[in-house]
Write a protein that binds this ligand. Sequence first.
Ligand code: GTQ
Length: 354
Amino acid sequence: MSVSALDVKPARTPEREEFYQRLLVKNASPLWEVLSEVVPPQPRPHCVPFLWAYDVMRPMLMEAGGIITADEAERRVLMLENPGTIGTAHITGSLYAGLQLVLPGEVARTHRHAPSALRFVMESSGGYTAVNGERTVMQPGDFIVTPSMTWHDHGNSGIGPVIWMDVLDLHLINFMDAGFAEHHTQEIQPLTHPDGDAYARYGANLFPVDYQPERPSTPVFSYPYSRSREVLEAMHKNSGVHVCHGVKMRFVNPATGGPPMPSIQTFIQLLPKGFRGAEHRFTDSTIYCAVEGSGRTHIGHTTLEWKQHDIFMAPSWMTVSHEADNDAVLFSASDRPLQQYLGVWREEAPVRKG
Ligand code: GTQ
């Protein structure tokens, strides 16, 4: 039997204890006492598999709508906190997520900040987000990007509530102490581009001839669900089904082929009716949102049953396998681009048994 040396701690003796105490007051400490924690032999995520059911969260979000205005809250959001790291606004080790509500006629005033954000729309007829002078309508299933330091405000000119999931890289920014945020002078930012302008310029496999990227994030800030759904359908018909993923696509920045934002990759996958996925595992703890259909995901020894609009998460390096009862679509987001940039991202797919 081989024992990993990294997991074995040296014995504690009175002499050593006394030495450690003297080190402590000099703001120093022996590495050998903590080596396996600071250099773990494999990932030890603090976050645990968990699911936020939409039929539980939606009434509470509507209740929030009755006790605070969007104006007073600035952003009326219920943060989704992982039970393994409660009180820290983390859904995964690196990411933040929340459910945001904008009621008819309300405005979430214009501001900008260093963290990048994405919106994944649950309910909307008449919701909009404006990013740096251009508005985009929000339709259910749309994926919208608010890059770092871009002005953004949200509004609702419809008659029903507008609800979406926010995912931000704010913990990464705060970890580096690189956070800035400010208000715009105007509650609703002035519009400098007509609706659909970014999509026409950058979203059709054509770029303006002299285009120079202004930032590392995608210039196409809205990815309509109607388009991604069509692609999933075509891929399913033309290419078949992956043993772990079903039919899975990643969203890209068309200027680079890379992720829509430097820190966050997003995905959309179709799990056809009756799909029973093989186990796989990967080092990017992942946030999932069920867009359509119902099924369950096995994560380590936990099984999470999901249906439309439920949000759940899978921690790093735990085995994940999906099952679908009917044609189901999952949207997901993780910090994979950062891990890939650092050269540390790992995947085992499918997981070898035994
Ligand atoms: O919509 O700008 O969930 O600034 C957290 C911080 C949403 C937003 C959040 C934010 C926003």
